[in-house]
Design a protein around this ligand. Structure first.
Ligand code: PEP
Ligand code: MG
Length: 318
């Protein structure tokens, strides 16, 4: 029985009509990789590198970061690793960095905005990553930047990456952005030209689309990523990416919900990354579906007037 279960987890998330969705794990440490693979993870779709800073009292050096990325790549043995550049600010405060207090940190200097203002954080991380890329299987390492709002941010970050890559004589690494600010989703067709992939951070995209603090004690439960307005932003992102032949993933919490995953696949999302324990349920759900049914489900969800109505589609055709 256990062996059967393990075997099923190891199968790809391929629908009955042959459409495959890549399944990644959200994993932050090398020692968590084996567990993620045993759950059926096919790679790491989100490594939150803030945790390298949060689990200790100071910033890890370039050398320490390099060792960690190398260990991740080794544990993954050629499978893809998407490393997210530091996403500090908002809900991820790092006291020992002693950054200025902000009245409204979710709308402040966070993610890419912070990286661009702090080369002493950005550059050692990129150097560590490009050094790790030198020893990795080509294409196994991908880098993405959090909280991107404008094309200018992408251009500036790409220029820094290009310079560091040249300095280290390192191979090219695919560069992606997280789509978690509605502006980026709305302009996805324009941004897609300048990046290799998108990964939608539905946790933040939902909080910014609905204007609900994701940690609000009273309101957070209403910040439902299946709200039709969020689904429409996801659709815009997919449409924009497709115009330029780019792929779109989702690494927010809704990717690990079997119904959410079905809907996302129907919207054209190609990769889903989630907490390892959610992987078996998502794979089973997708393997029990037909792409045409999922696309029909997605079409109906986009026309719903609330997340309750979207969730009520569960149990209908898929
Ligand atoms: C997200 O915002 O959906 C996301 C994956 O990033 P985080 O939860 O780390 O902000
Ligand atoms: Mg986020």
């Amino acid at each position: 029985k256990k062996a059967q279960q393990e075997e099923r987890r190891g199968l790809p998330a391929r629908t009955r009509d042959g459409h495959t969705v890549e399944i990644g794990a959200n994993v932050n440490r090398p020692d968590q990789v084996a567990m993620a693979l045993s759950q059926g993870g096919e790679g790491v779709g989100l490594m939150r590198t803030e945790f390298l800073f949060l689990e200790r009292g100071d910033a890890p050096s370039e050398e320490e970061q390099y060792e960690t990325y190398r260990a991740m790549l080794e544990a993954l043995d050629g499978r893809p690793l998407i490393v997210r550049a530091l996403d500090i600010g908002g809900d991820k405060q790092v006291p020992h960095l002693q950054l200025p207090h902000e009245e409204n940190p979710f709308l402040g200097v966070r993610g890419a905005r912070l990286l661009l203002r702090h080369p002493e954080l950005l550059e050692p991380q990129l150097r560590a990553l490009y050094r790790a890329a030198k020893g990795a299987k080509p294409g196994a390492l991908l880098i993405m930047f959090p909280m991107i709002t404008t094309l200018r941010e992408i251009e500036t970050l790409r220029a820094v990456c290009d310079r560091i890559r040249a300095e280290l004589d390192a191979p090219a690494v695919p560069l992606g952005i997280m789509v978690e600010v509605p502006a980026a989703a709305i302009q996805a067709d324009m941004l897609a030209r300048h990046v290799d992939f998108f990964s939608i951070g539905t946790n933040d995209l939902t909080q910014y689309a609905l204007a609900i603090d994701r940690q609000h004690p009273e309101l957070a439960a209403e910040a439902d990523s299946l709200h039709p307005s969020v689904l429409r932003l996801i659709r815009m992102t997919v449409d924009g990416a497709e115009k330029h032949g780019r792929w779109v993933g989702v690494c927010g919490g809704i990717a690990g919900d079997p119904f959410g995953a079905a809907l996302l696949a129907g919207l054209g999302v190609r990769e889903l990354s989630m907490t390892p324990r959610d992987i078996p349920g998502v794979k089973d759900r997708l393997r029990d579906s037909d792409l045409a049914g999922l696309q029909d489900l997605a079409r109906r969800a986009l026309d719903c007037d609330s997340s309750d109505e979207v969730r009520a589609l569960e149990g209908g055709a898929s």
